[in-house]
Design a protein around this ligand. Sequence first.
Ligand SMILES: *[C@@H]1O[C@H](CO)[C@@H](O)[C@H](O)[C@H]1NC(C)=O
Ligand SMILES: *[C@@H]1O[C@H](CO)[C@@H](O)[C@H](O)[C@H]1NC(C)=O
Ligand SMILES: *[C@@H]1O[C@H](CO)[C@@H](O)[C@H](O)[C@H]1NC(C)=O
Ligand SMILES: *[C@@H]1O[C@H](CO)[C@@H](O)[C@H](O)[C@H]1NC(C)=O
Ligand SMILES: *[C@@H]1O[C@H](CO)[C@@H](O)[C@H](O)[C@H]1NC(C)=O
Length: 920
Amino acid sequence: MVLLSSASVLQLALCCVALLLIHLCAAVPSSKVGFGYRLVSIAENANGGGLIGYLQVKQRTSTYGPDIPHLRLFVKHETEDRLRVHITDAEEKRWEVPYDLLPREQSPPVGTTKPSTAPFTASAEYAGEELIFCYTSDPFSFAVKRKSNGQTLFDSSYGAMVFKDQYLEISTRLPNSAALYGLGENTQPGGIRLQPNDPYTLYTTDVSAINLNTDLYGSHPVYMDLRNEGGEASAHAVLLLNSNGMDVFYTGSSLTYKVIGGVLDFYFFAGPSPLAVVDQYTSLIGRPAPMPYWALGFHQCRWGYQNLSVVEGVVEGYKKARIPLDVIWNDDDHMDAAKDFTLDPINYPRPKLLQFLDKIHSRGMKYIVLIDPGIAVNSTYGVYLRGMAKDVFIKYQGKPYLAQVWPGPVYFPDYLSPNGVSWWADEIARFHQLVPVDGLWIDMNEASNFCTGKCELPTTNSCPIPGSKTPWICCLDCQNITNTRWDEPPYKINASGSHVPLGFKTIATSATHYGGVLEYNAHSLYGFSQAIATHRALQGLQGKRPFILSRSTFVGSGAYAAHWTGDNKGTWANLRYSISTMLNFGIFGMPMVGSDICGFYPAPTEELCNRWIELGAFYPFSRDHANFASPRQELYQWDSVAVSARNALGMRYRLLPYLYTLNYEAHVTGAPIARPVFFSFPNFTASYGLSTQFLLGRSVMVSPVLNKAATKVKAMFPPGTWYNLFDMTNAVVSKDERYVTLAAPLNKINVHVYQNTILPMQRGGTISKEARMTPFTLIVTFPFEATNADAQGRVYVDDDERPEMKLVEGEASYIELYASVRDKTVTVWSQVEMGSFILDKGLLIEKVSVLGLQGNGQGLAIEVDGEPWADALNAHFTQTKSDLMKVEGDNKRSNMVVDVGGLALPLGKKFSMTWKMGIN
Ligand SMILES: *[C@@H]1O[C@H](CO)[C@@H](O)[C@H](O)[C@H]1NC(C)=O
Ligand SMILES: *[C@@H]1O[C@H](CO)[C@@H](O)[C@H](O)[C@H]1NC(C)=O
Ligand SMILES: *[C@@H]1O[C@H](CO)[C@@H](O)[C@H](O)[C@H]1NC(C)=O
Ligand SMILES: *[C@@H]1O[C@H](CO)[C@@H](O)[C@H](O)[C@H]1NC(C)=O
Ligand SMILES: *[C@@H]1O[C@H](CO)[C@@H](O)[C@H](O)[C@H]1NC(C)=O
């Protein structure tokens, strides 16, 4: 990282001449909002490394407020593949995402350095291992380039940089061929790939997922950029770490951020593979939280389970229908008058609830309930009284800020306040004494408020209105607040898709948190801070791995919580949208995600519910949830849906060891559980916009039906052999970017596994606790008619409720699985890391199924721990020939499934088996 040496200046000269030319050629519109900055000094940062530069505004304007005259630039290659570019006011400390909430390297405090008087070049470069930072000084702009192929990843010379107290603007030029993903939370009817000229507004809002291209519950100002030049793909990501509201304009050839506060704090992640991007991204923002095993089971919820008997009936309904169910949920029905941490004494009497929980817990099932952040203002309510005593609520003009949510008038806890965090943990501990719940669902935490502005308890009516059927209508006396620049900032983001005031139906943006922090700045961190506080509380309780489901999320939320996509509709379109949002959250480092299966409201059709459970069975987070106004939609309510559910969830429960291993990989490397197809096939450009299919892990392809009355599905398969996981005697052999039409009768979902894979499966069951003790089958997939090929897989197993998810002897085991075929000899073997845990559990492999071979197997030899296996005589071949679907229109040829059955190999010991393929 040599700075300004003659060699690098020379290189940079090239880098920047190119920039300059582009700059001159492109007719850049001169922005009326600002005229940009001039670099006045740049030098190495003596303490802590990196570069520090100073910028001076070129010409002032008054649009959206005065320009900040002097800026401080800080640039650092923080790791081999991460570059940070941080720009802030040179004189005054500005709001940034708090370092205690999102721990990361500090930027140098402003005021500690002065502009260097040393001479500097007008343009230069500063290179890391893969990323190169280039600048030109007047007007100041910077570019980020990739060393290995010379691509320019980011180039701010596209437009003038503007930096005012409440308005920041910066742009980058982009090649039209770049495929962009991310910038959520947003329901994208156009699919996962960002569409030019669609609006992307980021501001956490209780706007339901049925609203398209609108700022929804979460804010994730990050995008992945995937490019393919000369057949070789490379991906990188750009995070603008900023919690203020923003509009992002993507035109196809440029991207412009318009942000209403904070700092420009960019992080560039070099990739170059999509998996490397999420690895680098989650190494900064926090690795995805490990999920307990049972969380990968099926969940049932409904808003409107009027009493405990109804809930008991649901659990029985699933049992009778033999449909898997691990977790039963309550929305707010269990609460006394919608108050957090209480029980309705009539409909959910505690002794009966405890009996019920004993019963389901003994079967291995779990129970989760909802809580909202709003704490009812009620002088007989202990939670409220203790909160008041500890002064934990967000304030407006010195008093707790009054809002209205389900219980009526509420105050919002401040999770940025140390008292708020400890009070919250105490309330959760008390509640756990009352009801031993297995996880918490934190809803309405954008925060959602039924009123707007400055409100008071009404003097003329009671609020909540007794017996009201519309408790979501504001019954407080409220006035809009229009007299502060926080409530009415000069630049209006496209909030709620209609430029409503920032405080509309949320906390007034001039309200304050602990330490005087403005809601204006911290707004989009509310759900994130609540998830952190809730995680801390649950972790302290029982030494178990917490499970939290959060509606509102921010950069880093994945380290604490799972997410569902919020209120959706039971329509075919919403079924389709769920895939894009799920895949986006994988990129956001929140891989445990799913949508309300069958739709939150209104009534789904029976056919739709069939198709939804077929898809939803493969969401990482798989939950059926509905609104009280919809008819009941548990999967056993229709016979046909029950058939589809047994089929699809049956497969999910057989795949649990695979899903749990993906959960481990997500936790260790950030790899999404559900992934866009390009994650495994980045060179396969046809898949860049593919939003109707997805992968689980590297190689399991889910191709759902998304259209009414369809009995076929047109599915895209990257080149290679894809075996149908339900009927392994069927496969697709794809040679190029062709769609294949697959049969998809009402009760069937197409799930395929790619060649070169070893998929660990178990027998399944209806509760994960039982399923996970059943024997394993290893599915080995070679390319069709393989004569020389390899396959690989892995299994991670641990004591699945302990807080940490890491490999520790006696607490977890990791088994790597290998297979090869060479010269008609097939070998399947394992390597075992820390096998004792799994040996103690007694888990066995009962069968190995090998797909893609020709001929019959002969001469099986099996070793365990290097010794001939004593029970080898029980092992036997079963070989099935069958149809193969050929994409290229060749003759159908047969596919051989070679099953080696009768095994009882301990999974915790390394084994090896080998045989010859004869000629049939
Ligand atoms: C993509 O293509 C390039 C160039 O042909 C090749 O080097 C690379 O291995 C390919 N990547 C993948 C994941 O197939
Ligand atoms: C529970 O609610 C259901 C549905 O409203 C009702 O039919 C049933 O009588 C109630 N049971 C009890 C014990 O309250
Ligand atoms: C406070 O809560 C109690 C118990 O739920 C309820 O009876 C009472 O009406 C509430 N008071 C107010 C002012 O809402
Ligand atoms: C407050 O502002 C909102 C949004 O602009 C508007 O819909 C509402 O009518 C206003 N309320 C009052 C009391 O002026
Ligand atoms: C604001 O968002 C709405 C909803 O997506 C969209 O229809 C509208 O075009 C956006 N307005 C602007 C100016 O981007």
